[in-house]
Ligand binder design. Structure first.
Ligand SMILES: Nc1ncnc2c1ncn2[C@@H]1O[C@H](COP(=O)(O)OP(=O)(O)OP(=O)(O)O)[C@@H](O)[C@H]1O
Ligand SMILES: [Mg+2]
Length: 227
C-alpha cells in the first residue's frame, strides 16, 4: 500500500473523556488507514465511540494517546488556529442535527464556508445558488432553517459541507431523522457529489442500505475496531 495514497491514518488512537475516577476510555487504541477517494461507513452500537472518532478525524476534538495523521499532517502537533484553518481548507462536516445557523438563510448558510475562506461574496453566492438549484431548493434560498423541513435542512447541511469542495467529507448519521425516501435522496446526493470530486467520505450510519453503498465498513464495538 503506497503511503501517499493514505489520507487518514490513526495509530493506537485513544480518547479518554474526563479524569481520574471519572475517566471514560471511549476509543481504546484503534489503528486504521483510509485511502484517498475511499468511501467508508462507520457502524456499531450506540455508545461505541463512532461520533467521538468522527470528531477526531474532523479535527474537532483532542485525544490522549496514539497518533492521527490527516493529509500528512500530525494533528496533535497543530495549534488551535492551525487546526481551524486546516479544517476549513480540507474538511466538510455534516452533523447529525444539521447545525445550520438559525439567524441566516439557507443561501447564507451554504455561502458561509466560502466567506470564511475569503472568497468574494458574489462568487460565493453563485456557487451556493448552483447547489440550491441542484438540490431543487432554489425557491427556499431566502428561508431560515426554522422555516424549512427536516429533510430540507439536511440538504442545506450537505450543500454547506460540499460547497468548498473539501477533500474529506465527514457525515455523522446524516439521514438519522429522515424517512426512507428522503434518506435515499440525501445519500444519492452525498455519493454523487463525492464521486464528482473524488472526495474521501466517512459516514457514520445505522442504516444498512447506506453502509452497503460504501466501499468499506469499519465496525466499532466498545471503543475497538472489530476485525
Ligand atoms: N463529552 C463527553 N464527555 C464524557 N463522555 C462522553 C462525551 N461524549 C461522549 N461520551 C461518551 O462516550 C461514549 C461514546 O460516545 P459517542 O457519541 O462517540 O457514541 P456513538 O457511537 O456515536 O453513539 P450513538 O450511535 O448513540 O451516536 C458514550 O458512552 C458517551 O456517553
Ligand atoms: Mg453518535
Amino acid at each position: 500500500m503506497m503511503e501517499e495514497n493514505v489520507v487518514i491514518k490513526a495509530e493506537n488512537l485513544e480518547k479518554i473523556y474526563g479524569y481520574g475516577r471519572n475517566a471514560l476510555r471511549v476509543l481504546k487504541g484503534i489503528t486504521f488507514e483510509i485511502l484517498y477517494g475511499e468511501i467508508i461507513a462507520i457502524v456499531g452500537p450506540s455508545g461505541a465511540g463512532k461520533s467521538t472518532l468522527l470528531n477526531l478525524i474532523g479535527c474537532l476534538d483532542s485525544f490522549q494517546n496514539g497518533s492521527l495523521t490527516v493529509f500528512g499532517r500530525d494533528v496533535a502537533k497543530l495549534s488551535v488556529e492551525a487546526l481551524s484553518g486546516f479544517r476549513n481548507r480540507h474538511i466538510g462536516f455534516i452533523f447529525q442535527l444539521h447545525n445550520l445557523l438559525p439567524e441566516f438563510t439557507a443561501l447564507e448558510n451554504i455561502m458561509m464556508p466560502l466567506l470564511i475562506r475569503r472568497i468574494k461574496k458574489r462568487e460565493a453566492k453563485k456557487e451556493a445558488l448552483s447547489l440550491l438549484e441542484r438540490f431543487n431548493m432554489t425557491d427556499r434560498a431566502n428561508h431560515k432553517p426554522a422555516e424549512l423541513s427536516g429533510g430540507e435542512c439536511q440538504r442545506i447541511a450537505v450543500a454547506r459541507a460540499v460547497v468548498a469542495e473539501p477533500a474529506i467529507l465527514l457525515a455523522d448519521e446524516p439521514t438519522g431523522n429522515l424517512d426512507r425516501a428522503n434518506s435515499r435522496i440525501l445519500t444519492d446526493m452525498l455519493l454523487e457529489l463525492g464521486n464528482e470530486h473524488n472526495t474521501t467520505i466517512v459516514i457514520v450510519t445505522h442504516d444498512r442500505d447506506i453502509a452497503a453503498r460504501t466501499g468499506r465498513t469499519i465496525t466499532l464495538i466498545d471503543g475497538n475496531i472489530q476485525q
